[in-house]
Design a protein around this ligand. Structure first.
Ligand code: ADP
Ligand code: MG
Length: 483
């Protein structure tokens, strides 16, 4: 638990998150219109999405499947009967005057998610529920000096709202929660997790209290769209609340906005209560009933999820929990690592993937899915090292050339003549040539200056262009330098 020091002593931060995750589906929650991102405004709008009178919503089975899969991935209770409600409010980009959502009976109930902290500790965070709801359209305020334009492409797109218990105790824990949730959603293929395009948005509920005291009044920071901002917004908001209380004020429950340029939050509106929305079951939709066998089949078809994969990497490949945690964050890097490690030294494979490969990708701004070096290519490089064709030192150069030219390891080794010299005669000649030039250093070495051994090794490696087999060089030098 990390506390914040105020003027009057330590404060505990309490955080609950509401994440809106767009369900992966070609069409919307209740209409056949496309969900493609970035299309011309108002080109993906059906009469249902535009709320024409008399239009009827029809539930999209794919979206239900995504919600149930996500629930299963969060170890949550699946409700075989759930209800769609109308949540009534006026907004210019909400033509129906209500949003179809789920209120008292969501499709998914209580579940849990384990977060992994940088210091190696883990904690379980409660999931309160997951419900399906429609997204609203978008108001464009920057298209005209005096008018607002409306784009309804997003109107009716399926969102899974995933609500956590107020179980987090620091901004870092909230960041770790979003990171883990995004990873699980991507493994499941139920949300692409793209925060920049808005497919994953986070509302952060924050309050503060004296450790062990009762829960404080919370403020909700709306629509935070990156993990970095989630951490920064909560950090700021907690300190703001502490200051207000310590100066004798009280916290008003309200909805606030995060300003990423200023790094501050500011009020947006006072908080509505559920009764303000006049929720009632949507008369156009039947209760959503799930077939238990269908749910059971979905459960059986779930992929291996991040926590299970991490445990397996630690057990089977003897990786540290930290290394395993980094490798499994994205399914693509986990797959890449496994392809390289198969039949090879797993620790070595891990070092190359996390060190050299991730470093190169980072530098080039590339994703592992378009890596210039394939898993097969990196495997081949490791094989050249293990059969002594090249030394570990030369392998670094070969890898750099692979990144640059996208050629295979063997081709580069041949082309540049980088094969390791293992011919004892040739190495001995190089050793002799170096020693012949350094009679004084030899004398110093023999009189006890052991550190000079490294100098001799370096000279021989230099003379052979780094290609001499290091073990053989060591052995020969030891023999020849012996008094
Ligand atoms: P609403 O539906 O009005 O947004 P909920 O009771 O569903 O309210 O809670 C929304 C979120 O706020 C949940 O993630 C919950 O964990 C969190 N939350 C509730 N009480 C607090 C609190 N005192 N401090 C911080 N977060 C809280
Ligand atoms: Mg809410």
């Amino acid at each position: 638990m990390s506390l914040i020091q105020g003027e009057t002593g330590a404060w505990e931060v309490v955080i609950g998150l509401e994440v809106h995750a767009q369900a992966v589906s070609n069409s919307k929650l209740f209409s056949g219109a496309s969900t493609t991102f970035g299309a011309e405004p108002n080109t993906h709008v059906s009469l249902v999405d535009a709320a024409f009178p008399g239009m009827l919503p029809v539930i999209n089975k794919v979206c239900v499947e995504q919600a149930v899969k996500t629930g299963l991935g969060l170890d949550a209770q699946i409700n075989l009967v759930s209800i769609f409600d109308r949540k009534n409010y006026f907004y210019a980009d909400l033509p129906a005057g209500y949003q179809i959502s789920q209120y008292l009976r969501p499709v998914v109930g209580k579940g849990q998610l384990t977060i992994d902290m940088a210091d190696g500790t883990s904690r379980t965070i409660g999931i309160t529920r997951l419900h399906l709801e429609q997204d609203a359209g978008k108001s464009l305020h920057d298209q005209h000096p005096t008018q607002t334009y409306i784009d309804l492409n997003r109107s009716g797109v399926a969102l899974m709202e995933i609500v956590s218990e107020p179980d987090m105790r620091s901004a870092e824990e909230a960041g770790a929660y979003v990171k883990k949730l995004r990873s699980i959603l991507r493994y499941l293929g139920t949300c692409d997790g793209n925060m920049e395009e808005g497919s994953l948005r986070c509302d952060c509920n924050v309050s503060v209290r004296k450790p062990g005291g009762k829960l404080g009044t919370r403020c909700e920071i709306k629509n935070v769209n990156s993990i970095k901002f989630v951490i920064a917004a909560i950090e700021y908001e907690a300190r703001r609340q502490i200051q207000v209380i310590e100066e004798g004020g009280t916290i008003k429950q309200e909805t606030r906005l995060y300003d990423s340029h200023r790094g501050t939050t500011r009020p947006m509106r006072s908080k509505e209560e559920a009764h303000d929305y006049r929720y009632f079951p949507d008369p156009d939709l039947l209760p959503l009933e799930l077939d238990p066998a269908w749910v059971e089949n979905l459960k059986k078809s779930l992929p291996e999820l991040p926590d299970a994969k991490k445990a397996r990497f630690v057990a089977d490949y003897k990786l540290s929990p930290y290394d395993a945690g980094v490798l499994i964050e994205e399914q693509a890097s986990a797959d890449y690592f496994e392809a390289v490690a198969k039949g090879r030294d797993a620790k070595l494979a891990c070092n190359w993937v996390m060190g050299d490969l991730f470093g190169a990708l980072n530098k080039a701004g590339l994703d592992i899915s378009n890596s210039p070096v394939s898993a097969k290519g990196l495997g081949e490089l490791l094989d050249l090292m293990s059969d002594n064709t090249i030394s570990g030192r030369i392998a670094k150069d070969v890898f750099a050339a692979m990144v640059e030219t996208r050629k295979g390891a063997s081709a580069i080794v041949e082309e540049k003549g980088l094969r390791q010299v293992t011919d004892t005669g040739a190495i001995e000649a190089a050793v002799d040539a170096v020693l012949a030039k350094e009679p004084e250093k030899i004398a110093e070495y023999r009189s006890g200056k052991d550190k000079l051994f490294g100098f001799f090794v370096g000279q021989v490696m230099k003379a052979t262009g780094g290609k001499a087999n290091p073990a053989q060089v060591n052995e020969l030098l030891k023999k020849k330098l012996a008094p």
